[in-house]
Design a binder for this molecule. Sequence first.
Ligand code: G6P
Ligand code: MN
Length: 445
Amino acid sequence: MKLTILGGGGFRVPLVYGALLGDRAEGRVTDVVLHDLDAGRLSAVARVLSEQAAGVPGAPAVTATTDLDEALRGADFIFSAIRVGGLEGRAADERIALAEGVLGQETVGAGGIAYGLRTVPVAVDIARRIARLAPDAWVINFTNPAGLVTEAMSRHLGHRVIGICDSPVGLGRRIARILGANPREAWIDYVGLNHLGWVRGLRVAGRDQLPRLLADPDLLGSFEEGKLFGAEWLRSLGAIPNEYLHYYYFNREAVRAYQEAEKTRGAFLRDQQERFYEAMRRPDAAALATWDNTRAEREATYMSESRAAAGAGEREADDLSGGYEKVALALMRAIARDERTTLILNVRNHGTLSVLDADAVIEVPCLVDANGAHPVAVDPLPDHATGLVCAVKAVEREVLAAAESGSRTTAVKAFALHPLVDSVNVARRLVEGYTGAHPGLAYLT
Ligand code: G6P
Ligand code: MN
């Protein structure tokens, strides 16, 4: 079985390969093709993988190419994990928004819109090529903003593209753990858009355990989301929001904390990863050790500014390792081997949330089998959540329209309609700032 990884020179690729190395079952991936535009990054990551594979019998063979069509042909699965504009682009997304006094963040608010505007045209081109060159492949989209990018690709690939995120499963696991439940036995009632969802219940043996958490100040106080959002606010909501909702519910504090931070997250990661890729120019560099040190440093500072601002502390170590690669592998196994399972994924709505149309990509528990991911029926969201979901989906639709038409006016509309952008004039200046900074936005006229 052949797996192609787009963005194959990316820093997180060794995590994916590490997960593949642990898979000994029949029907596992035998060939990995790394694709990237940057040959230097590709060879750095390929060296890490070859050290990871040393001494592992049956390790998947790795090849690398900068030719996209060659990478796609014959693929059974394609992981799309690209970062258009690189971390330099992410840093600019963050900086330009913060200078306007609005949230500058990778996926939420103005920064997420800029990133989406840059990424959608590239993702659509990839999707078109896949439809032509590898029509039977399943595409697992890691690329952020994951919900928006998955929806863009689904217009060309239908249900064969599925978006993933590690945050809902991580949240479900933390809630289960604090309640003393086994995460494997728990049903997590979660729904929304990517980075904009709520856990409304957690059922064990058919009984909802979440009220027990919401009623217990000690439990809430020792729980990460309890610290982040405050026990009182969680009780008011009657649900546990995805951590990214901190940017909505505590927007002022988050913006201020980011403005006061020495570096934005993107700038921090850019500098840190530059050091890794730079070190890898030396032919004698210990690839895996260099990568692993950089990774440890990255994880220790995960979302640290907003967490510190909220007094939420750092993430527990075992939560950090349960990320994207595990979700992606579980999804790939379920499809490839018809190993039925349930995962929270980004898929077409199909009537799951009645306030959105059938083609809107949402994040929801899905049954997964050889036929793909099937969203399960969920209770409707409360009005306040429906309001946010509909507003942000409307923004995503303007981003898709701007990417398709190249209209700057439509891009302004996307920013202006976002609940975290507080003036049309700010939206206009953001489009000025972003088109000036990003060559990838030159198509907006
Ligand atoms: C979580 C989110 C991802 C996001 C990442 C950012 O894992 O689910 O969508 O990309 O955090 O982490 P970073 O270390 O890049 O700031
Ligand atoms: Mn995510």
